[in-house]
Design a protein around this ligand. Structure first.
Ligand SMILES: NC(=O)c1ccc[n+]([C@@H]2O[C@H](COP(=O)([O-])OP(=O)(O)OC[C@H]3O[C@@H](n4cnc5c(N)ncnc54)[C@H](OP(=O)(O)O)[C@@H]3O)[C@@H](O)[C@H]2O)c1
Length: 238
């Protein structure tokens, strides 16, 4: 199951994981795009199923779990990837409603989807969870403060459940740097992107397929749990 599989990183992950697998592809508004992903998955030898749910409100995770329950009772992999920046704001601009919206989409929905799909994961083969966080949770994201904080919550959640679900279920996270997807088209100006590129030691951004390869790496790494993989061109170093 991949949430946010219609575009960007989720769509690339679906393509990467397609061959020989049954894929549950979640989307919200990008119906045409997820249809194209489903065709690519079928052509690569996979079996796609589409699930629609808006994860920006408390009913979204239930809607998603209900649809999945009609299709299967066992899940090997959950990729909690759906997310968005929603609004760039620093401390002086934050408002309650926007904080709630950002945390609901990126953090609360991830927590609830994980909880609701746990019975299916427990019935899966070598089950595991991969959460998509962000370099923003590493560097603090001064002009996307709540987005960075919401991803920080997901990162901490990752380690918490990695402990409570071990040894049956492995749980890891990926923290991408700047990836060329519709994400930045929505929220980042050309000038901001250029500044980000200059701040990236490798002096470039990555294609979403780069993150999809990290998903595969985690999927195949039997000794990894509670880890966050930073895939960011050196934008963050300890
Ligand atoms: N691109 C980057 O530079 C970058 C960096 C760090 C982390 N990330 C993280 O990577 C993940 C994927 O982002 P992306 O770059 O691939 O961006 P994207 O192309 O904009 O994809 C976002 C996905 O999330 C889904 N989504 C957005 N709002 C939703 C809502 N209200 N309910 C349900 N689903 C919703 C979208 O579905 P629909 O289009 O169908 O509505 C889409 O499938 C996100 O969690 C993002 O925070 C991205």
């Amino acid at each position: 199951m991949i949430t946010g599989a219609s575009t960007g990183i989720g769509a690339a992950t679906a393509r990467e994981m397609a061959a020989g697998n049954t894929l549950f592809l979640h989307y919200n508004s990008s119906e045409r795009e997820v249809g194209e992903v489903a065709v690519a998955v079928s052509e690569a030898g996979g079996t796609p199923h589409l699930l629609q749910a808006d994860l920006s409100n408390k009913h979204g995770p239930e809607r998603l779990a209900e649809q999945l329950g009609e299709l299967t009772d066992a899940l090997d992999l959950l990729v909690n990837n759906a997310g968005g920046l929603i609004k760039r704001e620093g401390l002086e601009e934050i408002e309650w409603d926007t904080m709630e919206e950002i945390f609901t989409l990126n953090a609360f929905s991830t927590f609830m989807v994980t909880k609701l799909l746990l019975p299916a994961l427990r019935a899966g083969y070598h089950p595991q969870i991969i959460n998509m966080t962000s370099v923003a949770m590493r560097n603090g994201a001064p002009n996307a403060l709540m987005y960075g904080a919401s991803k920080g919550a997901v990162d901490t959640f990752t380690r918490g459940i990695a402990k409570s679900l071990a040894p049956q279920i492995r749980v890891n996270a990926i923290a991408p740097g700047v990836i060329t997807t519709p994400f930045h088209e929505k929220y980042t100006s050309e000038e901001q992107l250029e500044a980000m590129r200059r701040n990236t030691p490798l002096q470039k951004f990555a294609e979403p397929a780069e993150i999809a390869r990290a998903v595969r790496y985690l999927y195949e790494s039997e000794f990894l749990t509670g880890a966050t993989i930073d895939v960011n061109g050196g934008m963050y170093m300890l």
